[in-house]
Write a protein that binds this ligand. Structure first.
Ligand SMILES: [Fe+2]
Length: 182
């Protein structure tokens, strides 16, 4: 039997009870998310399709210690460098995504130097972990078709004060009452 979203949520509940360290939590979740995303049919079809003309964002499970969402990036969709203020685990269900990781050095006055550390094309089945100290990234779908992902975060991103950076290192606040699940 393929691993299901309900089983995954049950495991997340247990893991986030048992562990407090972000590295340990994300390592444990990454193994399970890897199982989930290799069986796309385990994720209901309506959560694997973008609405017409929009990026897809769906809440699959929302609780105080973690959220599970699906994200559908259309061809060319991207998110500039941003942070999360929590741990995260991202798995690719279908197609692929390009993730750029940055090292951020604050230079004062709301500016920073962003050094590109890695650029990775994650294929279907791949999992990427975000932990404090290494959680600033940009995302891009460089392909000609939709990319489907599952995202898990340790805090509710709605209303959370996060940060984003322009290409020149200018810092801007990233906060939304809506759930920006990336
Ligand atoms: Fe992100």
């Amino acid at each position: 039997m393929a691993y299901t979203v309900d089983q995954f949520v049950g495991d997340l509940d247990r893991i986030t009870h048992e562990e407090t360290d972000a590295t340990t939590i994300t390592e444990r979740i990454a193994r399970l998310l890897g199982q989930l995303v290799t069986h796309p049919a385990a994720i209901p079809a309506e959560y694997r399709r973008a609405p017409a003309g929009q990026r897809g964002r769906y809440m699959l499970h929302r609780s105080p210690r973690f959220n599970v969402t699906s994200v559908i990036w259309r061809p060319g969709d991207c998110a500039g460098a941003h942070n999360h203020e929590t741990w995260g685990v991202i798995g690719v269900v279908d197609n692929e995504i390009e993730e750029t990781r940055y090292r951020v050095t604050e230079t004062g006055g709301g500016r920073a130097t962003l050094e590109r550390v890695t650029v990775t094309r994650h294929a279907a089945g791949a999992v990427s972990r975000l932990v404090p100290g290494d959680e600033v990234h940009a995302m891009h779908n460089p392909t000609e078709r939709d990319t489907v992902e599952i995202h898990v975060y340790g805090r509710d991103l709605a209303g959370l004060k996060r940060r984003t950076w322009d290409d020149d290192g200018t810092e801007r606040p990233l906060v939304s009452g809506k759930y920006l699940n990336c």
